[in-house]
Write a protein that binds this ligand. Structure first.
Ligand code: SF4
Length: 353
């Protein structure tokens, strides 16, 4: 019988003929003929297979700002791909039709074909997104290595529920990761609405990314009204990010919209997001954003030195670029930690003196 996909690399045998998957912090122990919780990794003939290797269930070209990533290669286009399956069970998932599908589906495509497609669409990189990319890490690695060879960047949109083995593999090809908290990682919220016991592995992953790699990190936090909008949890998260990743780490508070099993909840009130923004600033974070509220003033980047708008945005578009060639504030000269410049700069007001 031909096994779909490809033999995985992130696993080890454990006692009693079982295999432990080390791709994500679930560490599923899987017996012969069974699959892990994500539904796409399973044991055949005593080996662990990634069944969705070479199967893409969704693809789209997005601005990098949509990930959201605002401090790395701004204004670039990213070819975004996903497989089926996920290691989280989020009850509000807007991509539930692929992430919660436990079937191996999608078009057959090789890493080389994906990279050629990304270039054909004029993309500057590839994003692994819509479902959790760690579950298809070996496929992402092969695509990512090929993409780098072709001069493209690689970006993960991830829940950060990784393992040290995943961090090591990601370090072979990954340039940036936006790590998505939900409900600020408050423990009752993540247990009830995501199905994980705690967020400790995410903090571990972030520390490893920071200490062992040069992968650019941004943090997002989906604020879910009534059930995942605890201000104390947000304060704890912001303090941790500031202390451990640094005050220059971009943090995005995202507006929830009703989806999947949480259709009865309202959209997050903008005032709630603004309270989270204020708390993040109080905790010392310098680059805080509000997302999914097009036209909000906190979509833009402000200089911590003089409070000028250094990058003005609307939605995922850059309207003004008020930075020098070295990405310094063009009003006061303060260095702004943004890697790269937009391919098409909309407007540069003046140079720093
Ligand atoms: S990647 Fe899938 S199989 Fe592996 S530990 Fe995570 S949920 Fe389990």
């Amino acid at each position: 019988m031909e096994v779909p996909g490809k033999e995985a690399l992130l696993w080890r045998p454990v006692s009693g003929d079982r295999i432990k998957c080390t791709a994500c912090a679930r560490y599923c122990q899987i017996g012969e003929g069974q699959v892990g919780l994500c539904g796409v990794r399973g044991v055949v003939n005593g080996r662990l297979y990634l069944f969705v290797y070479g199967r893409v269930a969704a693809s789209h070209v997005d601005p990098i700002e949509k990930k959201p990533v605002t401090h790395f290669m701004p204004g670039t286009k990213i070819f975004s791909i996903a497989t089926t399956g996920c290691n989280w069970l989020c009850q509000y998932c807007q991509n539930f039709d692929i992430s919660q599908r436990r079937k191996v589906e999608g078009v057959h495509v090789t890493p080389e074909e994906l990279v050629r497609a990304a270039k054909r669409y004029g993309s500057h990189g590839i994003a692994y997104t819509y479902n959790e990319p760690t579950i298809f890490m070996e496929f992402a690695r092969d695509v990512g290595v090929e993409a780098r060879r072709a001069g493209l960047i690689n970006v993960f949109v991830t829940n950060g529920y990784w393992t040290p083995d995943s961090v090591s593999m990601a370090n072979e090809f990954l340039d940036a990761a936006t790590v998505d908290f939900k409900g600020s990682g408050e423990v009752n919220f993540v247990r009830r609405y995501i199905g994980i016991p705690n967020v400790e592995p995410i903090f571990q992953t972030l520390l490893e990314l920071k200490q062992r790699t040069r992968i650019h990190i941004e943090i997002t936090d989906l604020i879910v009204p009534e059930i995942g909008d605890d201000l104390n949890a947000a304060r704890r998260l912001c303090r941790w990010v500031c202390d451990n990743l640094g005050p220059e780490t971009p943090v995005h508070f995202l507006r929830f919209h009703p989806d999947y099993k949480l259709m009865h909840l309202p959209w997050t009130p903008v005032t709630t997001l603004e309270r989270h923004y204020e708390i993040a600033k109080q905790e010392g974070l310098q680059y805080v954003y509000i997302g999914n509220v097009p036209g909000h003033k906190y979509e833009s980047t402000y200089c911590p030195g003089c409070s000028s708008v250094v990058v003005r945005r609307y939605g995922f578009s850059i309207l003004e670029w008020n930075l020098t060639d070295e990405n310094r504030c063009s009003t006061c000269g303060n260095r702004i930690p943004i890697v790269g410049r937009p391919p098409l700069i909309p407007r540069v007001t003046r140079s720093a003196t």
